[in-house]
Write a new protein. Structure first.
Length: 301
């Protein structure tokens, strides 16, 4: 086997996994004990590991030398290093590198606030106002509005639903799967609007709803973080939020900020249009209702 100094060699734990089938029974027990609890093996004494493997400490020491290490302490250090790399890799894969496990709470707050601020500034610079205005016009003139978003995409969609409902728009929010959406699609007409929010732009459920709505001649709106995606191309009105879809949590966080910016703007544009409608009036509870003209004066009768 390669020596530990060879940085191109597999990690200690990987070498154990790959070499396991060819080991003798005693060495196999040691390897299996280490692989069963790498965290414990990276922090245990030679006697503790030997007892767990039901073998002598001398056999553990010989096994370490067979792997190319100076002894068990060197093997243990290599295992501990692998554990740290695995933990860091998992953190970076899920959360990214902008925030680290060592950051203080103040660091985390500052990074999140800065990320949101940059996302909003960057989004504002590239959001296509014409597309958002077209979407607002379509929603304002629709008989019914259907919104769809799943998982994280549902956050901004759900708020948009509540806001539109509050100002009197006939709106429904769907966070369910293809079967329910298929039933919804069968009720659509040319007087309806379907808005889907999908940051990746390639979600098959969202795409299918847009295609089904198009077949019913409903107006389709896509809110997304992927210009040029299948969803971008499929919708009648495509509204890019200004922040591209990311792969780690901090990038998703920036995307959510841009989602909320665009959907909030969309709601306000709809509210403006409904407020300007002479057949509607804004009432004290923050909603709109049909405007009833004042009864004629006696002199007019």
């Amino acid at each position: 086997m390669s020596t530990p100094a060879d940085t191109t060699a597999p990690s200690a734990l990987q070498r154990l996994r790959e070499g396991l089938p060819g080991l003798n029974p005693g060495d196999r027990r040691i390897a299996e004990t280490i692989l069963a609890d790498p965290l414990g093996a990276g922090d245990s004494s030679i006697t503790t590991l030997a007892a767990a493997a039901e073998i002598s400490p001398a056999a553990v020491s010989r096994f370490a030398r067979k792997l190319g290490y100076a002894g068990f302490p060197a093997l243990r250090a290599a295992i501990a290093l692998d554990n740290g790399r695995a933990a860091q890799s998992g953190w970076e894969r899920d959360i990214g590198t902008a925030i680290t496990p060592a950051d203080t709470s103040q660091d985390v707050l500052d990074i999140l606030a800065g990320t949101a601020a940059r996302a909003l500034r960057d989004a504002a610079a590239v959001i296509d106002l014409e597309q958002v205005e077209r979407a607002a016009e379509a929603i304002t003139g629709a008989e019914r509005v259907h919104l769809h978003g799943e998982w994280g995409d549902s956050i901004a969609v759900r708020e948009l639903y509540l806001r539109l409902q509050r100002i009197g728009v006939a709106v429904w929010c769907h966070e369910t799967g293809p079967r329910t959406l298929d039933l919804v699609a069968r009720t659509l007409t040319a007087r309806d609007v379907v808005l889907v929010l999908n940051r990746s732009g390639d979600d098959e459920t969202a795409l299918q709803l847009v295609r089904d709505a198009a077949r019913a001649d409903a107006t389709t709106i896509a809110v997304h973080g992927a210009p040029g995606s299948a969803l971008d191309q499929a919708a009648d009105i495509s509204a890019y939020t200004g922040i591209r879809n990311g792969s780690v949590w901090t990038q998703h966080f920036a995307g959510r900020a841009s989602d909320t910016l665009l959907t909030s703007m969309l709601w306000l544009l709809v509210a403006q249009r409904r407020s300007a409608d002479p057949t509607m009036r804004f009432v004290d509870d923050g909603t709109f209702e049909p405007h009833s003209p004042a009864p004629p004066h006696d002199a007019d009768r």
